[in-house]
Design a binder for this molecule. Sequence first.
Ligand SMILES: C[S@@+](CC[C@H](N)C(=O)[O-])C[C@H]1O[C@@H](n2cnc3c(N)ncnc32)[C@H](O)[C@@H]1O
Length: 292
Amino acid sequence: MDSTPLRSRAVTPVSTPALPRARAVTPFIKWAGGKSRLIAQYADHFPTEFGAYYEPFLGGGAVFFHLAPDRAVLSDINPRLIEAYQAVADDPDAVMERLDAHRRRHSEEHYTQSRRRMNEGQTRTLVDRAALFIYINKTCFNGLYRENRRGDFNVPIGSYPNPTLYERDNLIAVAQRLAGASIQQASFDAVLESAQEGDLVYFDPPYFPASKTASFTNYAAGGFEVDLQVKLAKVFAELARRGCFVMLSNSDVPAMHELYAGWRLVTVSAARCINSSGAKRGPVGELLVKSW
Ligand SMILES: C[S@@+](CC[C@H](N)C(=O)[O-])C[C@H]1O[C@@H](n2cnc3c(N)ncnc32)[C@H](O)[C@@H]1O
């Protein structure tokens, strides 16, 4: 792999490569923009050696689970999502027990009540909140996460009469992978506080809309507007200047080519379903930006 930095100074890898582990571990939640289907196309682009791994737009964490790094700092702005990771890391058995109870009670009424409890913050323990979040994630329409202006989750129930809320072996393996990771609720720029030379930072932000009708930027109340895309490009540049390996995914549109002009740009063909209307689903071009 050509490791000549473009605008960054030379990068010295500081630890052994992330070794492939025996078992394939997959995300335990459904998440819009999940990278599972693209991993094969990304594989050649990761550095073979790096220090700590940072994933500041964690979502379902497909890239983290694929790379299985020894040291990781995982974060996302969504507090419910982060709590689910924390609870699974701490006590997967307790989370599964609560999920079994949701599974037994699953109905439209139970879904609606659960959604209200989640929005009203009526759940006292971390494990209960995590199980509630995972139950809703696995039974809501298309696994979407959408909030209204007040910050209430408002996705209706999906059509899953017999939902699978978790796969036991996978959830245990997820907890093992998370054991050594730092899991934080934070905005993406918090990565600047600790990422160092040789670390790998992978950004998978809410995408810049490929067209006016394909906008999917409202993952969290407030959306991810153009000013945040611009701020992210600055954070990218600062990390590259430090000597981090920085990778970022976004939609393959002229605005992104302009924002990341001067960095290495790779087009990845993506069968990415971001439109909730089946008729409008189709491949959306995806851009991978690399700092080296
Ligand atoms: C495209 S998704 C990430 C998908 C993930 N790579 C996967 O494989 O599932 C974008 C994520 O960014 C998070 N997010 C939105 N605004 C953010 C911000 N300002 N800082 C950190 N995370 C943010 C959302 O909560 C969402 O989980």
